[in-house]
Design a protein around this ligand. Structure first.
Ligand SMILES: C[S@@+](CC[C@H](N)C(=O)[O-])C[C@H]1O[C@@H](n2cnc3c(N)ncnc32)[C@H](O)[C@@H]1O
Length: 257
C-alpha cells in the first residue's frame, strides 16, 4: 500500500519510496501540476520556522509527523544555530522511523519516537522526550503537513490542545495545513487519487478559520495564518513561481502565553 511518508519523499525528490508510492505521487502531480513545488515551499517554511524559534530562545523541538528525513531537517537547522539544540521527532511510519534512526545515530541531542500522534501522552512520556526535552521550559512544537491527515472524528483540536497544555508558556507551535480555499477542481482530483488509492490515510481539507482554530491557546504571530509562500519569505527559494502553490498550504506560528 502507498504511504504518506514515502509518497511525500517522492514528491520532494527523495529516494526512499516504492513503485506504489511513485504511482500515487505521479497521479497526484498529474491531477494538480505543481504540487511538488508546494511540498518544496512547505519544506522551506520548516527552515524559517526553526530559525524564527531559535532566534527567540527556543533550544528544544518536538516535530510531530516528521516524515522521511530529507535535507535541512529540524535538527540540522536548529543545531546549525546552536549545537546545544535538542530535537525529538515523531512518526508512525516504519520507513520514516528507520531512516531517521540511521541519520540520527551518533547525535546524542536528537531522537525519534515511533508513535501515532493521536496518543500525545505516550509521546510526551516516551524515554526520548523524557531524556531530551525539559517540558518545564519552552519547546518549539512543529506539526507540518500533518493535521490534514487527522480527520475531524479524531478531534484534531483536542489533540493539539493536549500537546499545548503540556508545554511551558513561551513555547511555539508551527503548523502547516492543506486548504481548498484557493483551489478549484484540480485539488478535488488530487484528493480523489488518494481516495482511490488503497492508502488508509485520507486528506481532510480545512478552511482558514478551521486551521486558525487549531491554534487555540497560542497567539498567532505576524503575518498571521497565511499561504506558506507568504510567511516571511526570505528569497526566491522560499516561494513558488506559481501563485496558487504558495496558497495551497496555510502556514502559521503561534506563541503560548
Ligand atoms: C506529508 S509528511 C510531512 C513531513 C514533514 N512534517 C514536513 O512537513 O516536511 C506527513 C507525515 O506525517 C506522518 N503521519 C501521518 N499521520 C500520522 C499519525 N497519526 N501519527 C504519526 N505520524 C503521522 C506520515 O507518516 C508522514 O511522514
Amino acid at each position: 500500500m502507498p504511504s504518506i511518508a514515502r509518497t511525500y519523499d517522492f514528491m520532494l525528490g527523495g529516494g526512499h519510496n516504492f513503485a506504489v508510492d511513485r504511482a500515487v505521487g505521479e497521479q497526484i502531480e498529474h491531477a494538480m501540476p505543481g504540487l511538488r513545488d508546494a511540498a518544496r515551499v512547505n519544506r522551506a517554511f520548516l527552515g524559517r520556522a526553526v530559525r524564527f524559534m531559535t532566534a527567540r530562545g527556543i533550544r528544544q523541538f518536538l516535530d510531530i509527523g516528521s516524515g522521511i528525513p530529507t535535507v535541512a531537517n529540524v535538527h540540522e537547522v536548529a543545531q546549525e544555530q546552536d549545537p546545544e539544540c535538542r530535537v525529538v521527532y515523531v512518526d508512525r511510519d516504519p520507513v520514516a522511523v528507520a531512516h531517521s534512526e540511521l541519520i540520527l545515530a551518533g547525535n546524542d541531542r536528537a531522537a525519534i519516537v515511533q508513535a501515532d500522534m493521536r496518543d500525545p501522552e505516550k509521546i510526551l512520556e516516551s524515554p526520548q522526550v523524557r531524556g531530551l526535552l525539559e517540558l518545564e521550559k519552552p519547546v518549539g512544537l512543529l506539526m507540518l503537513l500533518m493535521l490534514h491527515w487527522v480527520p475531524d472524528e479524531s478531534g484534531p483540536l483536542d489533540l493539539v490542545g493536549r500537546y499545548g497544555s503540556a508545554l511551558a508558556p513561551g513555547s511555539f507551535l508551527a503548523l502547516t495545513h492543506v486548504t481548498g480555499d484557493h483551489q478549484g477542481e484540480n485539488l478535488e482530483e488530487a484528493t480523489d487519487v488518494i481516495k482511490e488509492s488503497r492508502s488508509p490515510d485520507q486528506v481532510t481539507l480545512r478552511t482558514h478559520s478551521q486551521v486558525a482554530e487549531l491554534f487555540a491557546g497560542f497567539e498567532i504571530v505576524e503575518p498571521g495564518l497565511v499561504g506558506c509562500g507568504e510567511w516571511r519569505p526570505s528569497g526566491p527559494a522560499d516561494i513558488s513561481a506559481a501563485a496558487e502553490m504558495n496558497m495551497l498550504v496555510y502556514a502559521g506560528i503561534g506563541r503560548k502565553s
